[in-house]
Structures are given as structure tokens and as C-alpha cells.
Design a binder for this molecule. Structure first.
Ligand SMILES: [Zn+2]
Length: 423
């Protein structure tokens, strides 16, 4: 009996011990959980939430300093700007700097609306060719419209302002030449791309009046860039940009040339090659061609390394055909051990160019439209834009899709790797 009683007491002790161990385990576990929570706070771990729309996504991404990649898709169920899917699951722990991918709806694909809005990304794109912008009124010249000289190579500041207003009011929005060549046309729905180019590095393209107290250039408001900058403020959705093609004298302001080049590439403009001495390539030796092209690239390389564009505007638009023996040296130039490749060449032209998604698009021989006045004849501005009315590129507002009519779809290049939508 006594022995039995003792045994029972031992059993009780064992039970009490087990309970105690359990309590200790729970308490420590709890503390550990709390500690973990604290660590979460300290390392800025974030719990992924359910994202409903684009606004919510942008807010979440900026608050938590994430990287965002958005793909847009047409979707029958989700309204425009609603999130279709997110790459990180709700509740997952993420860190600052993580990449979040979301698919956002463009709304229901309404082919009738695309058709009635004439959305056509196989349409043509005007690449405008300017030279000098001269600070005077059109009434002060003796030539047609806003032409400063007989052939209309130079334009008055007044006419240039009117051109920019005209393009904007007619639904054109600027794109970088290099983006157009790469098929990256980011223009809002229903609007058309336009490209501006300036040849010769005329002083009046970006005239420096002096330096401010911080050493920054003060730009003459009546020079081309001064005027462009005023439109940047007037119409923020115009996407103001242009490409300037320079010779060896750059912008012909020796004391400011370097500052000008740096300012341009930092402010959304591009700079390309127009040969060292405005060389007529069809009349030159291969050595001259190589030397003159390499020389300008080297200058740009020294001042704005990796920030200029490997694009050449052919002086005099020469040679006139790609079969010319010197043309190969335009695309690949070697001199004194240095080799430069050129991805696109511009000639002097007349009409608008093909869409970059068109089978016939050839970036190595792009034609431009002369920005001059000639009473609506000989491909002046008036004539070019009248012709564009029936064939212009009109964007669907989405860089990852190509929208055009069924009729145009046979013209789409095989090299295009974007979703094609036809109506
Ligand atoms: Zn020129």
C-alpha cells in the first residue's frame, strides 16, 4: 500500500514537470515570436498586400521603395487600370528594392473603337529636318512664309514657334529619334509621333548668353532650345525632345561647347554625328569618310561618353543610294585604330517615314521632311501634314502592342516581337 501511494506521487510529479516544461516552452516561444516581430520592423520587411489598381500599386511601390515592372493587357473582366495579377503573393514578406511585376488591364478590347479612332501603328512618322532658327519675325524676311533664306533651310523663331504649336494642336507628340528606331514609341492613345532633328550645330540651336552664379549655362530663349524649353513648360504632355547633328565645331561656341553637350543629354535631348567638316560622302575617299566620322564620335565620346547616339545625318543627304561604295563606311567607320558603328543614317528627304514595325522600314536610310514653307507645294510643311492625314501613325497608347487594321497586317515586319492586334 505504502509503496503504491509513493508510486502515485511520483506520477503526479512527472505530470507537474511536463506541465512546467510546456509552460516554459510556451513562454520562450512567445518571447521568440515577439523578438522576430521586432527584427521584422528593424530590417524593413514588408508584407505583400492585395493590389487592386494602378494607383494603389504606385502608392505601395513608392512607400516601400520597390522596383515596378508593369505589363498592360486587354481584359474582358477587369476594367481599365485594374490589376489583373501580381508577381508576389499576398502575405509574402518582401524587402526594399525587390521587383514587383504587375499585369494591368487596358479594359475590354473594343475593336470598333480602335477602328473608329483610326488607331494605326503601321502608319507613317514625320522626321522633321531643321537647320538654323533665326531670331526674327517672318515679316522681316523677303522669302516665303517663315523661310529665312531662299531654299528655306533656316527658319524664323516666330515660324518655329508656330510649327510647334501646329504639331501639338494636330495631335502630334514628340518621340526621341533613337526610340523610334528601336520601335519604342511611347505616345498616348489617339496621338501621333513626330521627330525633330537639327543639322550643322548652328550657334542659334542653343545660344548661350552667359553663365549663372552656379556656372550653369543661360540659354537664349529665342534659340531653338530656348523655344523648345518654353513648350516643355507650356505642354508637359508634348514630350519635348530633339536630336542635334553636329560637325567638328560642335555648337560653335568654343567656351561653352562642353557645357552645351552635357546640358542637352541631361535634359532629354540627343546629339549625333554630321561629320567633322560637313563632308560630301559621295565625292570623298574612303579614308576621308572614315576619318571625318570617327573624329566626331571621338569628340562626343570624350565629352558625353555613352550618352550620344550612334546616328549620322548625311551632309547634303549624300550618297543618294545605299549601293554607293562609301556607304559601308558610314555604318562602320575605322580610323587610327578606333572603330565606330552607326545604327541609323538620315538623308534629306521629302515625305514621312515608315512605321518602325513596317516591313519596309530601314533605319540605315531614313528620309526626313524639310521644315520649310512653299505655299503647300514640293513637300513643304503644309503639304507633308496634309498627306499625313490619311496615313499617319496613330498610337493605341501601349508600347507593348501593335494595333492596326486587318488590311495593314500583312505589312508588319517579321522582326517585331510585340503583341499584334488587328481590327
Ligand atoms: Zn548639314
Amino acid at each position: 500500500m505504502k509503496k503504491n501511494k509513493k508510486k502515485i506521487r511520483y506520477d503526479r510529479i512527472v505530470i507537474v514537470l511536463i506541465v512546467l516544461i510546456l509552460i516554459i516552452a510556451l513562454v520562450f516561444g512567445g518571447i521568440k515570436l515577439l523578438t522576430n516581430k521586432d527584427t521584422t520592423k528593424n530590417t524593413n520587411e514588408i508584407k505583400m498586400i492585395h493590389l487592386r489598381d494602378l494607383d494603389e500599386t504606385n502608392k505601395f511601390v513608392s512607400e516601400n521603395e520597390l522596383k515596378l515592372e508593369i505589363t498592360y493587357e486587354y481584359n474582358d473582366e477587369k476594367e481599365k487600370d485594374k490589376v489583373i495579377s501580381q508577381s508576389i503573393k499576398v502575405g509574402d514578406i518582401i524587402n526594399k528594392g525587390d521587383t514587383l511585376k504587375v499585369v494591368v488591364s487596358l479594359g475590354k478590347l473594343d475593336k470598333e473603337k480602335l477602328a473608329s479612332d483610326n488607331i494605326n501603328e503601321l502608319g507613317t512618322v514625320p522626321i522633321m529636318m531643321y537647320h538654323g532658327i533665326v531670331d526674327m519675325k517672318s515679316s522681316e524676311t523677303e522669302y516665303t512664309g517663315g523661310n529665312v533664306d531662299k531654299d528655306g533651310y533656316n527658319r524664323t523663331a516666330e515660324a518655329f514657334r508656330e510649327d510647334l504649336e501646329f504639331y501639338y494642336q494636330n495631335g502630334y507628340r514628340m518621340v526621341r529619334l533613337t526610340d523610334y528606331i528601336d520601335g519604342n514609341i511611347d505616345v498616348e492613345y489617339g496621338k501621333s509621333p513626330i521627330i525633330l532633328t537639327f543639322d550643322d550645330g548652328n550657334e542659334n540651336n542653343l545660344k548661350v548668353k552667359g553663365l549663372d552664379e552656379d556656372g550653369n549655362i543661360i540659354i537664349d530663349e529665342n534659340s531653338a532650345v530656348g523655344i523648345l524649353e518654353s513648350f516643355k513648360e507650356k505642354y508637359p504632355d508634348y514630350n519635348v525632345t530633339a536630336t542635334f547633328f553636329v560637325n567638328g565645331g560642335l555648337f560653335n561656341q568654343p567656351e561653352y561647347n562642353e557645357k552645351i553637350l552635357k546640358w542637352l543629354v541631361e535634359n532629354g535631348y540627343d546629339v549625333g554625328n554630321h561629320t567633322e567638316n560637313h563632308l560630301d560622302i559621295k565625292k570623298s575617299t574612303s579614308e576621308q569618310v572614315n576619318k571625318e566620322i570617327v573624329s566626331v564620335y571621338k569628340q562626343l565620346d570624350e565629352i558625353i561618353p555613352e550618352k550620344y547616339v550612334n546616328i549620322i545625318a548625311l551632309p547634303f543627304g549624300s550618297p543618294y543610294n545605299k549601293e554607293h561604295e562609301n556607304f559601308g563606311y558610314v555604318l562602320k567607320s575605322t580610323y587610327n585604330g578606333a572603330t565606330y558603328e552607326t545604327k541609323a543614317a538620315l538623308r534629306v528627304g521629302w515625305d514621312a517615314e515608315y512605321s518602325p514595325f513596317d516591313k519596309d522600314f530601314d533605319p540605315t536610310f531614313l528620309k526626313r521632311c524639310r521644315a520649310y514653307d512653299n505655299n503647300g507645294k514640293d513637300f513643304d510643311i503644309e503639304m507633308v501634314f496634309k498627306l499625313l492625314e490619311t496615313k499617319r501613325y496613330i498610337s493605341d497608347g501601349n508600347v507593348s502592342t501593335i494595333v492596326t487594321s486587318e488590311k495593314n497586317s500583312s505589312k508588319i515586319s517579321d522582326n517585331v516581337n510585340k503583341e499584334v492586334i488587328t481590327y
